[in-house]
Design a binder for this molecule. Structure first.
Ligand code: PGA
Length: 217
């Protein structure tokens, strides 16, 4: 499986998000390999309208960008895993921006993984380096070095492979890369046959750029 995860972060209005999806649905998705999995991670309020728009396209799934560490209760503003059930299939956990801007540590991230899995959401677990601990139960790991996120300076594919080897992930774990991925560099990673896809920020904000990235091999 090749994962192409569009992480929109805190970008787009509802109208912009809807326009994105309408344009994307006009592109030739039927010619993509059945091994391709497109996962859109919009701001949470847009999950349901975008899911409704794209319901005929089985190749498209949805992720939420974060989930609460709390299961339920008096936590104003939190998005519980239970509330996302049936809306998103995946959840991004431990993105570098959550770790640094919102001080999420490994204990918090472990609680998020457990909550997500309890309610049937698959975590996409992000690490910044091979020193970050990966919870044993996760099946998708994305390596995203800080210097490469949003900078236009993508990590060398050989170094990405070194990180993968150092992690000694259980067999069957999907190992992804994120950090300034675009249509010009995606094929360098895929050529290694060791990287199962990408978490894509800036290059996913425009539907054409995203489509070109996922057809760039
Ligand atoms: P970028 O973001 O592609 O804009 O570098 C990647 C990410 O933060 O997941």
């Amino acid at each position: 499986m090749q994962y192409y995860i569009a992480n929109w972060k805190a970008n787009k209005s509802l109208e912009e998000a809807t326009d994105w999806m309408k344009l994307f649905l006009k592109m030739d998705l039927s010619s993509l390999s059945s091994e391709t999995k497109i996962i859109i991670a919009p701001p949470a309020p847009f999950l349901l309208p975008l899911k409704t728009l794209s319901h005929n396209q089985k190749i498209i799934s949805f992720a939420v960008q974060d989930v609460s560490r709390y299961e339920k209760g008096n936590y104003t503003g939190e998005l519980s895993a239970a509330s996302l059930c049936g809306i998103a299939e995946y959840v991004i956990v431990g993105h570098a921006e959550r770790r640094s801007l919102f001080h999420e540590d490994e204990k918090i991230l472990q609680a998020k993984v457990e909550n997500a899995q309890k309610y049937g959401l698959t975590p996409i677990y992000c690490i910044r380096a091979d020193t970050d601990i990966v919870p044993r139960s996760v099946s998708i790991v994305s390596y995203e070095p800080l210097f490469a996120i949003g900078t236009g300076r993508n990590e060398n594919p050989r170094q990405v492979l070194r990180i993968k080897q150092g992690l000694k992930l259980p067999d069957g774990t999907a190992f992804l890369y994120g950090g300034s991925v675009n249509r010009a560099n995606a094929s360098l990673y895929l050529a290694t046959n060791e990287i199962s896809g990408f978490l894509i920020g800036a290059a996913s904000l425009d539907p054409t750029a995203f489509y070109q990235t996922l057809t760039a091999h």
